[in-house]
Ligand binder design. Structure first.
Ligand code: RNT
Ligand code: ZN
Length: 417
């Protein structure tokens, strides 16, 4: 009996079909964030640096600094990632031909045609994000600024991004999730909390007044508890963002980033709460250490719990849009992409290899002793064997066989940058 046959039989005994689990996982789109490749700097600003209360730390050599380099690095990372991939783009990654630069309120679909070509050649979908940070027109507020000129600039940016998202969805034949997140907030105790939120709300209303097909373009509002330099107040708090989405269900969906809550809050628990009310939600999967530190995603308990909730709430049928969001500049950036992506795939596979119906029944029968035993015993099932088989079927290297590829690429390409 092969290792895989052994694993398959073991799982079958606990009521799990490994074939079905692998087939399901293979079809689930997961969005890989382009910004891990260049420390969130983008191409449209020279020297504005990263602002908005987010930060990359580390100075690992070989950062991509041109579209061609970022695409080459993405290719290397994608070749190591099993499953169905989408690329998550930010507006700051527009490509201006012949030096024809335009500011963010003027960007057009044509500035993303190279990305469309990239995605088409590889059969990928794309998601999109307006970039409300790292720009001289952050005053430092954007959509909640009291300066009407500033606010208009950023509203126009948001509208331009709706048009680009529609273009990406139409060209690639897949829905495009368009995420609105700003770092708007205050370092210290505000004198007015309602004003910024009213302006933020009005700004999102104006952005979403731009026409789009809601079956193809999925605008989201991402909440956040605090950022660096905006410790006292963020305009887009959890209540604000969730309520905005709840009151505008016909035109947007909520987005939760699991780095954006107090450290004892668990996004895994919030997923079923939101799905009790929203037909569709979106996630940014990351790893906070003490704060929104955006560390590389691990195959850890909370990632597994998030994936369990996605799977058992039926989220793989399209009701949960899954994206990664982390940025580590202290290690090889391609390895960071690949290991985080693979860990999310592992967590999803592990969730798919769980007999959820049996476990639910034990809970409903109040058989909590048996429930604990079953849940504990699942932890030592031969998961790694199924993972290896899944990688093999997807045509990507198994664990232990991919880092050598990254090292080769580092020696040949990254070290010469
Ligand atoms: C920041 C948010 C946001 C960004 C990206 C780059 O805290 O998580 O999603 O990470 O838009
Ligand atoms: Zn995020």
């Amino acid at each position: 009996m092969s290792n895989y046959e052994y694993a398959k039989t073991s799982y079958a005994k606990s009521g799990v079909d490994t074939e079905q689990a692998m087939a399901t996982l293979r079809a689930v789109p997961v969005s890989l964030h382009c910004w891990q490749g260049d420390d969130v700097l983008g191409f449209d600003q020279k020297g504005a640096g990263l602002t908005g209360g987010i930060q990359t730390t580390g100075n690992y050599p070989g950062r991509a600094s041109t579209p061609a380099q970022l695409m080459a690095d993405l290719d290397q990372a994608l070749s190591l990632c099993p499953g169905t991939k989408k690329i998550n783009l930010h507006a700051s990654y527009g490509i201006f031909e012949d030096g024809k630069w335009v500011d963010r309120d003027q960007i057009e679909p044509k500035h993303f045609s190279k990305w469309v070509q990239f995605c088409k050649e590889r059969g990928l979908g794309a998601d999109f994000n307006p970039t409300f940070f790292g720009h001289p027109k952050c005053d430092p507020l954007t959509l909640s600024s009291p300066d009407e000129k500033t606010r208009k600039f950023w509203i126009d940016h948001g509208k331009a991004c709706i048009r680009i998202s529609q273009y990406l969805a139409d060209e690639l034949g897949q829905p495009c999730v368009m995420n609105i997140w700003t770092g708007d907030g205050f370092k210290d105790i505000p004198a007015d909390r309602k004003g910024p939120r009213e302006r933020y709300r009005d700004s999102i209303d104006q952005i979403l007044s731009e026409p789009y097909d809601f079956t193809k373009v999925k605008p989201c509002v991402e909440s956040k508890v605090f950022g660096i330099g905006v410790e006292a107040f963020t305009a887009g708090s959890s209540e604000f963002s969730l309520l905005y989405a709840a009151m505008n269900r016909d035109k947007c969906i909520p987005l939760m980033d699991n780095g954006h809550y107090h450290p004892t809050e668990a996004v895994s628990d919030k997923i079923p709460a939101l799905l009790a009310f929203f037909p569709e939600i979106a996630l940014h999967i990351t790893r906070p250490i003490r704060w929104d530190s955006d560390h590389v995603v691990l195959f850890d308990d909370e990632t597994k719990e998030i994936c369990k909730e996605i799977v058992r709430c039926g989220g793989l049928n399209g009701s949960v849009n899954i994206a990664l969001d982390y940025f580590d500049a202290s290690i090889n950036r391609i390895a960071a992409w690949a290991v985080g992506y693979r860990n999310l795939q592992k967590a999803l596979l592990s969730a798919l290899l769980t007999p959820h119906e049996d476990l639910k029944q034990l809970q409903d029968e109040s058989s909590f002793t048996e429930l604990m035993i079953r849940q504990e015993e699942l932890k030592t099932m031969p998961f790694g064997i199924v993972w290896d088989e899944y990688c093999r079927r997807c045509g990507v290297p198994a664990d232990g066989e991919w880092f050598c590829e990254v090292k080769k690429y580092e020696a040949q390409i990254l070290e010469n940058r």
